[in-house]
Structure formats: structure tokens, C-alpha cells
Design a protein around this ligand. Structure first.
Ligand code: HAM
Length: 416
């Protein structure tokens, strides 16, 4: 028997109700905030992601990379931001009034060790606002994220924010951090030893208990921000306060991808234990330039749909069910079957969701199926009904049955 590959999941119809709920809320809010939908391919040139996340970062190590038959090196989409920036450049979206505001729902593939809320294929709802450094845009994006989570009915989430500076001020901080860490070199966990050499900012993000005390004493990046970054961050915080959005400043917050600058933020469920982020985002003011465009500031976030569903379930949030079919049409005999086929087609044409009895189930078996589908009405056509051009209409809630002309069924159901 085949099974879905490790770290991937089938999404069965029951689970799909959550997806529909989330995607509808996302699309509605994006429309309110002026974000337009965009989709990009499921695989891209490997170098696109390599630009966004240099060697040594987790995401590069986790990438699904392959060569196609022409020998081109491709990678399955690992995250949504780099492809959107590629599309922004490729289609000249920089010629439009800026910022260009886009949203997407995408699959993302990362070869991670699967565990609860961590998959090898996951899905993200993300937004990207490209083309302006105004802190008001940071506040807008964070407000959109906040409203998205609360519109789903989620509560008890913590929203953390930090600024990790820019090309001018970040290097001095990284130097200070390295200098501080050198003294603890022998006490570091194996991952942090690598981080110290390759990606020092990520030292702050280590979850190992043995590294926590070291992190607590590390210099704070906000003490190293240049005056522009400082002013920018102060404005972002001021706007968020004015909007009534409570953010906790977390000096340790750095992000897993390398393209971030200035504002970074994450939303997590509150509480003890290992916390996994539901949403993560921030500014990436250099990425478009690194991909070959003009200097173009930008900001966005992505929410992990599977993790949001886990949290919706944890918080017992009721999701509106998918609409059920209205009518089930059962039959007895070959001639009745022909009438059934025509009637179901007519009902659907009239916009009534109808299910046709398929196969050679007994009438009892057909009615059992009608019951399990939760239809409001069952229509039964037997030999006598074929002769009279009628059917039996059964109201499933009350059990009431009546004989009705075939041509009247659609009108009656619609009326009710
Ligand atoms: P990210 O933090 O790598 O950011 O991923 C965004 C969200 O995707 C996470 O907060 C989490 O909910 C979900 N996620 C990540 N990895 C997994 C996984 N293995 N299994 C399940 N869910 C996962 C980005 O991808 C950036 N592109 C976000 C962004 C947009 N920044 C600016 N614009």
C-alpha cells in the first residue's frame, strides 16, 4: 500500500472546512486592505532561494532541489517571499504606483524532521507590500495579521516585535554579538557553534536550555540601531499603540530567513512549553536589490495554515460546516433510474444541490445513504411514479411524505 510521503498530509473533506474558513477570511481582509491575489509556480530556479537564504541557513539545507531533464537546477518553493519578488521584477510591477500590495496562498516545501505542526509540505497565507519604507506600512501589515488571527476567533496569542537594523547598523551589532559569544564558545550547543561561525544573529533564537543563560546576557540589537532605524522602529511602535495592537518587544526575536532588515515580528500561542510561531514576517528592504532590481524596501508576513488549524482545534473554535446537498434522489427499477438521471440534472440546473443514487443499492440502502449525507429531502421514484410522472417527496426532518408531480419538485424545494 502506498502512503503519503513522510511529512506530508492528505487534507480530507472534513479538514477542508477549516481551509475554506481560513482562506475566505484571508481573502476578505486582503480586499479590505487593498492587497491583490497572486500565484507563483510551485518550483523556481534554485538560485532564487539561494539568494534569499545564503549557505548555511536552515532553509537552504532543507530545500528540495532537483535537476530537470534539461539539467536546470530547480527547487520546490520553500517560502513565498522570494518568488513574489521575482514576479515583481519580472513583470515590471515597479512601474505601478508603489507600494504594490499582494497576497497568496502557497505550498512550501522544507525537508524538516516531521513533528506536530512541522511538515515537509506546509501551506502559507502570506502578504507582501513592496515599494515603500514608510513605518505606516509596517503598522498596516502587522494590523492585518492581527485582524486576520482575531477574525478567525483565535485568542490568547502573543505578538512579538523587534528591529534588527539595516546594512549600516547590523554589522556592528553582529560583531558585538560574536565578541560576546567567543567567551562561551565551549559551552555552546553544537548548532550554536555552527551559528557563531555562519549566522550569528540566529544564536539568539536557540531553544536549547544550555544556551538560554548565554542568550539572556547577550547585547541587545536595539542598542545598536542607527538613528534612521531607531526612528523607524519608534514610529512603527507608536502607530501600533495608536491602533490598539499590543506587541511585546522581544530583543531576541530574529527570523529564520536571512533577508530581513528592520522590523521583524511573530505571533505565537501563549503559554508554557515549546512555542511554535503561527505567523512570521518582517521587512526585507534589500532583497529586491539582491535579486537584481533597484533598491526597493518591502515588508510582509506568512501564516502557516496547518498551525492555525491546530490552534483553532486547540481553542475549540466552531467552524461553519460546508453546505450539505439538499436532495437525494432514489429509485426503484430501470425506468425509474432514467427519470432519476434526468431529474437530478434538472435540479442541479436550477441551482439545487442534488445527489443521485448510484449503483444497484436496495431502496433501503439508498435511504441509508440519504440519511448519512444529511439531505433535507429525499425524492423516490418507483414504477408507479414513472407512469404518473410523479415522485414521492420525503421531508427528512419531519418524515412527512407526499406525492408530487416531477415538474413541480424544483419549484417546491426552492420555495421551501
Ligand atoms: P517562515 O517563518 O519561515 O517565514 O514561515 C511562515 C510560517 O509558516 C511560520 O510562522 C509557520 O506558521 C509556517 N511554517 C514554517 N515552516 C513550517 C513547517 N515545516 N510546517 C508547518 N508550518 C510551517 C516565511 O516563510 C517568510 N516568507 C514570511 C514572510 C513573508 N516574511 C516576509 N514576507
Amino acid at each position: 500500500m502506498f502512503k503519503a510521503p513522510r511529512g506530508t498530509r492528505d487534507i480530507l473533506p472534513q479538514e477542508r472546512t477549516y481551509w475554506r474558513y481560513i482562506e475566505e477570511k484571508a481573502a476578505h481582509l486582503c480586499q479590505l486592505y487593498g492587497y491583490q491575489p497572486i500565484s507563483t509556480p510551485v518550483f523556481e530556479d534554485y538560485q532564487l532561494f539561494a539568494h534569499a537564504a545564503p549557505d548555511g541557513t536552515d532553509i537552504i539545507k532543507e530545500m528540495y532541489v532537483f535537476k530537470d531533464r534539461s539539467g536546470q537546477e530547480l527547487a520546490l518553493t520553500a517560502e513565498g517571499t522570494a518568488p513574489i519578488c521575482r514576479a515583481y521584477l519580472e513583470h515590471g510591477l515597479f512601474n505601478l504606483p508603489q507600494p504594490v500590495k499582494l497576497y497568496y496562498v502557497t505550498s512550501a516545501f522544507r525537508y524538516e524532521r516531521p513533528q506536530a505542526g512541522r511538515y515537509r509540505q506546509h501551506h502559507q497565507f502570506g502578504v507582501e507590500a513592496i515599494g515603500d519604507a514608510d513605518p505606516a506600512l509596517d503598522a498596516e501589515v502587522i494590523e492585518l495579521m492581527h485582524r486576520f488571527l482575531s477574525s478567525l476567533g483565535l485568542s490568547g496569542l502573543s505578538l512579538e516585535i523587534n528591529s534588527i537594523g539595516c546594512r549600516q547598523c547590523q554589522p556592528a551589532y553582529v560583531e558585538a554579538l560574536k565578541k560576546y559569544y567567543v567567551a562561551f564558545k565551549n559551552q555552546l550547543c553544537p548548532d550554536c557553534k555552527v551559528r557563531l561561525a555562519r549566522n550569528p544573529l540566529r544564536l539568539l533564537d536557540c531553544k536549547e536550555a544550555s544556551c538560554q543563560e548565554i542568550i539572556a546576557g547577550a547585547p541587545k540589537i536595539t542598542d545598536y540601531l542607527c538613528s534612521e532605524c531607531q526612528t523607524h522602529f519608534q514610529s512603527v511602535q507608536k502607530y501600533l499603540t495608536e491602533l490598539g495592537i499590543a506587541c511585546q518587544l522581544n530583543h531576541r526575536l530574529v527570523r529564520g530567513l536571512d533577508y530581513y532588515t528592520r522590523t521583524v515580528f511573530e505571533a505565537k500561542p501563549e503559554g508554557e512549553g515549546v512555542q511554535i510561531a503561527l505567523v512570521g514576517g518582517g521587512r526585507y528592504d534589500n532583497l529586491i536589490e539582491e535579486l537584481g532590481g533597484k533598491p526597493t524596501p518591502a515588508i510582509g508576513f506568512a501564516a502557516g495554515i496547518e498551525r492555525i488549524i491546530i490552534t483553532l482545534k486547540d481553542q475549540n473554535i466552531a467552524i461553519p460546516p460546508l453546505p450539505e446537498p439538499v436532495v437525494y434522489v432514489a429509485y426503484l427499477g430501470a425506468e425509474a433510474k432514467l427519470e432519476t438521471i434526468k431529474l437530478v440534472s434538472r435540479l442541479r440546473h436550477e441551482g439545487i444541490a442534488a445527489i443521485q443514487a448510484i449503483g444497484d443499492k436496495s431502496l433501503k440502502g439508498q435511504l441509508r445513504q440519504a440519511n448519512s449525507l444529511g439531505v433535507k429531502y429525499t425524492v423516490i421514484i418507483g414504477e408507479r411514479e414513472v407512469e404518473n410522472k410523479t415522485a414521492v417527496l420525503r421531508d427528512m426532518a419531519s418524515g412527512e411524505q407526499k406525492n408530487i408531480s416531477l415538474s413541480e419538485i424544483a419549484r417546491l424545494i426552492k420555495k421551501r
